[in-house]
Write a protein that binds this ligand. Sequence first.
Ligand code: SF4
Ligand code: SF4
Ligand code: FES
Length: 248
Amino acid sequence: MSQNQEVEKKDQPESEMATIYIMGKPYEVPSELTIMQAQEYAGYRLIRGVGCRGGYCGACTTIYRKKDDYKLHIDLACQTKVEDGMYLVQLPFVPAQKPKWDLEELEATSEEVIRIFPEITRCVSCNTCTQACPQNLEPMRAIQAIRRGDLEQAADLSFDCISCGACSARCPAEITHYHVFQLVRRLYGKYIQPKAEHVAQRVGEIEEGKFDDQMDELIELPEDRIRELFLDVRAGNEFSLDQNSGEE
Ligand code: SF4
Ligand code: SF4
Ligand code: FES
């Protein structure tokens, strides 16, 4: 631990500190920190098992036990606050074999998904996966939707999955939900979802060079002007490189 951290510790009132254990070693950390912040406060330099720090990438899945609680908990280290008496173990990732598949050779049916992931049929509807999900998704419902042949619902229910693996680590049927859901969303996007004609049209225009001049002009603009344009478009105004376009 560095000298700065020692100084920081002394500045904190005693009541706001918590004792946590990282791989069995005790550390005093401010109790308002997340697990990830507390690990860094304790002097760990995180190289693996950290990504967005905002609950989006699923890289920081962490296993912990709480004081006087025999259960193992699994959560995202960047989103979960420390608690006094917490024992931590961090997994660099949730290891799971991913079967190989080629989207071009598949049909968008639940039979196809079950052929690749036969363990789906072993789901015992315990709902443990749903309780483990830090994104408040309903992985069990999505698995059941696949079994009913409703890939659209499964893709929709799993749209916000961040592939953290917290559900899979608890599943007694050994289902790797995030791999299953990735396949389902890709099948849905390629074969079931209606084609976005306006996107195809715009891609065609880009390929024909319709916006090349505007792009060249944009690249040359100073940073302040680019920021202004960005804020303008975000406020709902139409994009225009003409500086006076929004003025009376
Ligand atoms: S469904 Fe599973 S892998 Fe996806 S976010 Fe929820 S717990 Fe993580
Ligand atoms: S944890 Fe596994 S077995 Fe239990 S409901 Fe979820 S998918 Fe089914
Ligand atoms: S670091 Fe990305 S979800 Fe925690």
